[in-house]
Design a protein around this ligand. Structure first.
Ligand SMILES: Cc1cc2nc3c(=O)[nH]c(=O)nc-3n(C[C@H](O)[C@H](O)[C@H](O)COP(=O)(O)OP(=O)(O)OC[C@H]3O[C@@H](n4cnc5c(N)ncnc54)[C@H](O)[C@@H]3O)c2cc1C
Length: 395
């Protein structure tokens, strides 16, 4: 492992975090805990609001809303400073990052946590963007409630993804149909996965399949959506699926910055400590990394690993553990939630499950992270989820 950075009397190591999303906030919290006064943390993000997307699936059904937090206030609570500006390029040899406004920032360590860019994937389908839904998903749900749809399909493209929202949207739809007593609308999930939510593991996938069957949702697995036109969703391989409406998830691409090596889809390769391959003193965590599972819980684990090594290199007497991913997911079903658990790296035996109780200490929240879950919960008021930092707004 690399040796500690050179000691500069009276100076704190400067850690720059590009991206104040899930991985960025978790990293700031971890650094505050592990490195304390040894580091000075600055966060940069072109947005001013942290939007908590995992609640977005409930929004079109009126069951939840996306919460937004003022990033500057949030960063201050993490012991970091915040400036609203994106990082556009990095010069790792000079340890310099350049912002959109042309500012040149020197750092001792840079953590890239810039997430993904979401791209339209299925022509003709309504895309569920998670945040910037302009009401189209809501319109489909209104048609569903009014009995105007005989067949509704939920789908997602192949490639790196986070499939949970797809199943949540379908289960919410099933529960809406049960509420309004319209059992005749056909609900189908078309997925490139070999089994629903297979990334959690075989057993969880089977249990997920059973749950969907119990709720009347059909699954067409191993099928890639091509385009929706003339009431038919073309898929590959296989015969087109008839549908009155199709809701699709977007395709994801890494939000890399100039000067850092990345793969053709924009994802940054990292080692088991989160160090960006080919760029000294640069770390990456979250969806922007080449790790194929894009999930908030995984993003927090990557952030913790990177923060652990940075803290250690700054002289904090902490152990730094390599990345050993554990998937923990809270599945909203339109009724009582279910809890998904799995170890994606294999070699641990088949441990995955979908259960009525979590296999981890119960916490409020949908993204399970060592620091982030309780931190966001602490921002809630007594009613459960309303943020008290900054000014919340409905999307
Ligand atoms: C609808 C939906 C539901 C989900 N449900 C769940 C769930 O139930 N559980 C779960 O664990 N995960 C869930 N996820 C996945 C989870 O939201 C992501 O995996 C997680 O947000 C990834 O964190 P991140 O920090 O890598 O990226 P983000 O949280 O997206 O943060 C990236 C930040 O980087 C900023 N940025 C971009 N470019 C730059 C730049 N050049 N310079 C500086 N900053 C930049 C962005 O503005 C953004 O604030 C869901 C996702 C969606 C879309």
């Amino acid at each position: 492992m690399a040796s500690q950075i050179e000691h500069r009397e009276g100076e704190r190591a400067r850690v720059l975090i590009a991206g104040a999303g899930i991985a960025g906030v978790e990293a700031a919290l971890a650094l505050r805990d592990l490195a304390g006064e040894l580091v000075e943390v600055e966060m940069r993000d072109p947005r001013r609001e942290f939007a908590f997307r995992p609640f977005a699936v409930g929004e079109p059904y009126g069951a939840a809303r996306i919460f937004r937090y003022d990033m500057e206030a949030l960063a201050a609570r993490c012991g970091a400073s915040f400036h609203s500006d994106g990082i556009v390029s990095v010069e790792p040899r000079q340890r310099l990052a350049v912002t959109r406004d042309g500012e040149r920032l020197s750092y001792d360590f840079l953590l890239l946590a810039t997430g993904v860019r979401m791209l339209w994937a299925v022509p003709g389908a309504v895309t569920f963007w998670g945040v910037a839904d302009e009401g189209q998903v809501g319109d489909v749900v209104a048609d569903l409630r009014a009995g105007r749809l005989r067949s509704l399909v939920f789908t997602m493209p192949g490639g790196p993804s986070w499939a949970l929202p797809l199943y949540e949207l379908a289960l919410f739809a099933a529960s809406e149909l049960a509420k309004v007593g319209r059992g005749r609308t056909r609900l189908t999930v078309v997925t490139p996965e070999d089994a629903p939510l297979e990334l959690f593991g075989r057993r969880a996938g089977e249990q997920m399949g059973q749950l969907l069957e119990e709720r009347g949702v059909e699954v067409l697995a191993g099928a890639h959506p091509v385009a929706f036109e003339d009431g038919r969703l073309r898929i590959a391989p296989g015969e087109a699926v008839e549908a009155d409406a199709v809701i699709g998830l977007p395709r994801l691409e890494g939000r890399q910055v100039v000067g850092l090596p990345h793969d053709p889809e924009g994802f940054v390769g990292v080692d088991e400590y989160g160090r960006a391959i080919g760029a000294d003193r640069v770390f990456a965590a979250g969806d922007v990394t080449a790790f194929p599972i894009k999930q908030g819980g995984i993003a927090t684990q990557q952030a913790d690993v990177a923060a652990g090594l940075i803290a250690r290199e700054c002289g904090a007497g902490v152990d730094s553990e390599p990345f050993d991913p554990v998937l923990r997911g809270v599945l909203w079903t339109g009724r009582e939630p279910r809890y998904l658990y799995g170890r994606p790296t294999g070699g641990h035996g088949e441990t995955s499950s979908l259960s009525e109780r979590p296999q981890w200490p119960a916490q409020n929240g949908k993204v399970i992270g060592r620091y982030l879950t309780s931190f966001l919960d602490s921002l809630s008021d007594d009613s459960g989820h309303a943020p008290v930092v900054g000014s919340p707004s409905m999307s």
